[in-house]
Design a protein around this ligand. Structure first.
Ligand code: MN
Ligand code: MN
Length: 313
């Protein structure tokens, strides 16, 4: 018997029954005693196009029910090394985005009072900025692995500073990032001007457009990412719209020509050995995901994040 929490197994309770927590793990109110936690942010009021990500955390939890504890590809057995639980959702104010980002920062301040790595189920991408503010208070500025179809560095959207297209502009302004250790991977599609991606490059960030990823393994890219980041604390933010809509159509801001699921796995698995201090999986929109496949891929990527946390490998 392990000393650590275990996901409820499929031979103890049918997988379509039992608790609707992430991986059917035990639920608890706080992060006390945990090495890692799953936490949901049911929010879509920062979305600019199709809504629905407020339902993302629930659907990701539901579609996580088939996840078994052992990683057949990497050999990771996270529940033999870490104490993990699902600590529920952040009670955002769904009528006020500006209040919600402050609620999120305050909530993560409480979570990070414990020695825990939070893995967040989103929610629209606005949420990464308030998380990074809390992360900075604990860890200082961090390296960033940002997987997305979009740069999310707009100064404003519709005249507003807080939106799901702005989080990394705000994080940069707040000094949350180590600018020579920021990687944006999978960017593509139409823009307003070259500036849409060059703003990032001008800050010293590395932009890897989707076309640079086509037809190849991303293992060499991740070797370069690891070499550049070294020992620095790093945050991994994975927007599900980085994947091609053939794989992950259930999201709000779809762009063709994206990454494959196996490239997404290579990116997350390629973070093994880094000093990960947090991660999120955002922009799953269940109303546009009738098969559940997008949420299922999201659940798997969150499990893969758990498998590369320090202390697992
Ligand atoms: Mn995004
Ligand atoms: Mn995106």
């Amino acid at each position: 018997m392990s000393d650590f929490n275990q996901p409820l197994g499929g031979n103890e309770m049918p997988r379509f029954g039992g608790p609707v927590t992430m991986m059917r793990l035990p639920a608890q109110e706080t992060a006390e005693g945990l090495d890692a936690c799953f936490i949901g942010i049911p929010m879509d009021i920062g979305a600019s196009n199709r809504p629905g990500t407020r339902l993302g955390p629930r659907q990701i939890r539901d579609e996580s029910r088939m996840l078994r504890p052992y990683n057949m590809a990497t050999g990771a057995a996270p529940f033999e090394k870490l104490q993990v639980a699902d600590i529920g959702d952040v009670p955002i104010n769904t009528f006020d985005l500006k209040k919600s980002v402050d609620i999120i920062t305050a909530h993560y301040r409480g979570v990070l009072a414990h020695d825990v790595v939070p893995l967040t189920l989103g929610g629209d991408h606005t949420l990464t900025w308030p998380i990074l503010r809390a992360i900075k208070e604990k860890h200082g500025p961090v390296a960033l692995v940002h997987v997305d179809a979009h740069a999310d560095i707009n100064d404003e959207m519709f005249g507003e500073k807080v939106a799901h297209g702005c989080p990394f502009r705000r994080a940069w302004e707040d000094g949350c990032l180590l600018n020579d250790k920021v990687f944006q991977i999978g960017l593509r599609g139409t823009g307003y001007s070259p500036e849409d991606f060059n703003w990032s490059r001008d800050k010293g960030w590395t932009v890897v457009q989707a076309e640079e990823c086509w037809y190849q393994s991303l293992k060499p890219l991740m070797e370069r990412v690891r070499a550049a980041i070294g020992e620095a604390p790093v945050y991994l933010t994975f927007d599900i719209d980085s994947l091609d809509p053939a794989f992950a159509p259930g999201t709000g801001t779809v762009e063709p020509g994206g990454l494959s699921t196996w490239q997404g796995l290579e990116i997350v698995r390629g973070c093994a050995g880094l000093n990960l201090v947090g991660g999120d999986l955002v922009e799953v929109s269940p109303p546009y995901d009738p098969t559940g496949n997008t949420a299922l891929i999201g659940a798997n990527l969150l499990y893969e994040m758990l498998c590369v946390l320090p202390g697992v490998q």
